[in-house]
Design a protein around this ligand. Structure first.
Ligand code: HEM
Length: 171
């Protein structure tokens, strides 16, 4: 929130739309994005069927199901050290160029090679824009909810609601 505030992105007008260019240049948000992909990789497994190959000296007969796991790699202490099991976005801001490059090479959050996610660019754009839009304007969304949904007692909860431009009913 401090980063959004200093970047002037805590809007009081909920129809201001942040651009991807602006959102993707926020260092802490970028670190949170990278850490989220590492810490909670959305794909647990990336399965493949062997065509009869040798991996690290081990022969994998044709037809055998094999898999890598972005989740397991993301928690590797060899890569991320003793704090691998902690959600710590700052690691991406503290790391040197060489380390960042190495982490990037091992990041399978979007898959890799020829089967890499075809929707990566649009998904990344959505992640950055929605994070700023929802977090930066949360007070305004809360205000909208107070106005229209006060009977729901949402103040003790933490959830967000997507509203059509034309407005929608809370009944
Ligand atoms: C947070 C959002 C997303 C994540 C984390 C994600 C992740 C992935 C991963 C890890 C793969 C590789 C699967 C594999 O190798 O077995 C993949 C493949 C793919 N993704 Fe995504 N994806 C996301 C959103 C999207 C979106 C929005 C689209 C389309 C607009 C999309 C389209 C595809 C397609 C078509 C493939 C298959 C590519 C191929 O096999 O050649 N993804 N995705």
């Amino acid at each position: 929130m401090a980063e959004l505030s200093s970047a002037g992105l805590l809007s009081t007008n909920h129809i201001d739309i942040v651009t991807y260019d602006t959102a993707s240049k926020l260092p802490y948000l970028t670190a949170i994005y990278r850490e989220s992909l590492r810490f909670s990789a959305p794909q647990l497994q990336l399965p493949r069927v062997s065509d009869g190959m040798t991996l690290n000296g081990v022969f994998i007969p044709a037809g055998t199901n094999i898999s890598t796991s972005a989740s397991v790699i993301g928690r590797s202490t060899d890569l991320y050290g003793p704090t691998a099991d902690e959600f710590r976005p700052e690691r991406w801001m503290d790391a040197d160029e060489g380390t960042l490059k190495n982490w990037g090479r091992h990041n399978l959050g979007w898959g890799g090679g020829t089967r890499k996610c075809l929707g990566k660019n649009i998904a990344v754009m959505e992640i950055f824009k929605v994070a700023v839009q929802v977090s930066g304007q949360r007070t305004n969304i809360d205000g909208w909810l107070v106005d229209r949904c006060s009977s729901l007692g949402y103040l003790n909860q933490s959830w967000w609601r997507v509203e059509m431009n034309s407005g929608l009913s809370c009944d």
